[in-house]
Design a protein around this ligand. Structure first.
Ligand code: UDP
Length: 484
């Protein structure tokens, strides 16, 4: 345990209820605890079950340290939500006719926890509250009791800078069509986008109004914690600090706080593959020869798109691990798999139906590329593992993250996705095949691999003692400690 902090500070984490937010939050809690803080994660009953196993494992392994869980009541039915609707996973798999805009309703319902948060802060008086961006009301709740509120967005400095400049300069308003390219004005690096890729919210819609509240609450918060490291996006980290947020601390890659096999394999849900079998399979493959294909915690494709991915992977001739998640409507049948696919690709391909131990796989030396939807956790995990990536963004801020990989870091190959997924075109088997080959085979692939490997080394150095993220975490803790 680090002894730089004389008295333990108590940090409360309040993650949005989605895997992509809860996973890095648990990593943050582990990181802060292992640096001498006391951590408490606030969540709802169903989500506490997801976190319990890993927090218990951490507490057992580290008897001097503690991560606690505080459970808040979240009565779905009373709130007008379907029973059990406590996280975004539920929403993603809810295909019933009354689904409506369930995600928006869910987002607004979280305010129900405000009262509970205030009583908790009043009684436990934490040193600070790290609340997700999606809880804009948390800044004032914390302020009432003199507790500083930190914001966690779970994304890159780069995408935060893109959104900022899009909002300020509105370059998308100056082009003729949604597919006309424009340069993001004000942003270093001449980054080219189209309107159909940029996720700009309209301030007049309910979601837009909500996002405005998010920004306002951030502007009066204590600052922002970012799952990134300085070296990977220094220009944008500087830009963010100079123009966007008053204060930000980079403390990532957070996934690197998971060291042993069980920790790496246990993130998120229970995996649908035996991790030892998975490692055995990887052991049988040559270094850098396997492509890992996964689209985050929520994305599911149509049968038509899954068929194209399957054919593209087979056509590429590369080894692969493919994580397939289907929605409820697709049921148990496997019409999405070409006939005889698994026999033909036996030994070359492994399909994981459901949840994969992603970080465990990415960190294996047999893996040489990552086909990703560009969710920021996945991107950071891929970068930390030193991997080149095939980028297949679909929504949220993923097109921005793609540009960071393909245009700034030059470790990514675009599969050909051109617009947000609701309107998104089908990506053909030829496109999948081409991008997968491009990332593994040939001279350019070698150059890309070298760049990615170097970034992976920088990522690891950043969290080591004296590294940029290590130091920024220290600075942050000292500042919070100084307020006590
Ligand atoms: N993840 C995993 N196994 C899976 C799918 C996802 O462990 O089968 C983890 C992944 O490692 C990452 C998170 O879930 O930490 C997904 O976050 P990301 O930001 O990449 O995407 P999101 O799910 O938020 O779209």
């Amino acid at each position: 345990m680090n002894s730089e902090v004389s008295e333990p500070i108590h940090i409360c984490f309040f993650p949005f209820m989605a895997q992509g937010h809860m996973i890095p939050t648990l990593d943050m809690a582990k990181l802060f605890s292992s640096r001498g803080a006391k951590s408490t994660i606030i969540t709802t009953p169903i989500n506490s079950k997801i976190l319990e196993k890993q927090t218990e494992a951490f507490n057992n392994q580290n008897p001097d340290l503690e991560i606690g869980i505080k459970i808040f009541d979240f009565p779905c039915v009373e709130l007008g939500l379907p029973e059990g609707c406590e996280n975004v996973d539920f929403i993603n798999s809810y295909q019933k006719p009354d689904a409506g805009d369930l995600s928006l309703k869910f987002l607004f319902s979280t305010k129900y926890m405000k009262q509970q948060l205030e009583s908790f802060i009043e009684t436990s008086k934490p040193s600070c509250l790290v609340a997700d961006m999606f809880f804009p009301w948390a800044t004032q709740s914390a302020e009432k009791f003199g507790v500083p509120r930190l914001v966690f967005h779970g994304t890159s400095f780069f995408s935060l800078c893109c959104s900022y400049n899009m909002r300020i300069h509105k370059p998308h308003k100056k082009v003729a069509t949604r597919s006309t390219p424009f340069v993001i004005t004000g942003l270093p690096g001449d980054i080219v986008m189209t309107s159909q890729q940029a996720n700009v919210s309209n301030d007049e819609t309910p979601r837009g109004k909500f996002m405005k509240e998010v920004r306002e609450s951030e502007s009066i918060s204590f600052g922002v914690l970012v799952n990134s490291f300085y070296e990977v996006e220094s220009t944008y980290a500087d830009f963010y600090r100079d123009f966007v947020a008053k204060r930000a601390w980079h403390i990532g890659p957070l996934s690197l706080c998971n060291v042993d096999l069980a920790e790496k394999a246990g993130r998120g849900k229970i995996a649908n593959v035996d991790e030892k079998e998975c490692l055995k399979w990887l052991e049988s493959k040559a270094t850098g020869s396997v492509v890992y294909v996964s689209f985050g915690s929520g994305t599911s494709f149509t049968n038509e798109q899954l068929l194209e991915i399957a054919a593209g992977l087979e056509g590429s001739g590369q080894n692969f691990i493919w994580v397939v998640r289907k929605n409820e409507n697709q049921g148990e049948n496997e019409e999405w798999l070409p006939e005889g696919f698994e026999e033909r690709t036996k030994g070359k391909g492994l399909i994981i139906r459901g949840w994969a131990p992603q970080v465990l796989i990415l960190d294996h030396k047999a893996v040489g590329g990552f086909v990703t939807h560009c969710g920021w956790n996945s991107v950071m995990e891929g970068i930390a593992a030193g991997l080149p990536m095939v980028t297949w963004p679909m929504g949220a801020e993923q097109f921005y993250n793609e540009k960071l990989l393909t245009k700034v870091l030059k470790t990514g190959v675009n599969v050909g996705a051109t617009e947000l997924v609701k309107r998104g075109k089908l990506i053909s088997r030829e496109e999948v095949e081409k991008a997968v080959r491009e990332v593994i085979v040939g001279e350019e692939a070698e150059e890309r691999r070298k760049r990615a490997k170097k970034l992976g080394e920088m990522a690891k150095a950043a969290v080591e003692e004296g590294g940029s993220s290590y130091n920024d975490l220290n600075k942050f803790m000292e500042e919070v400690n100084g307020r006590k």
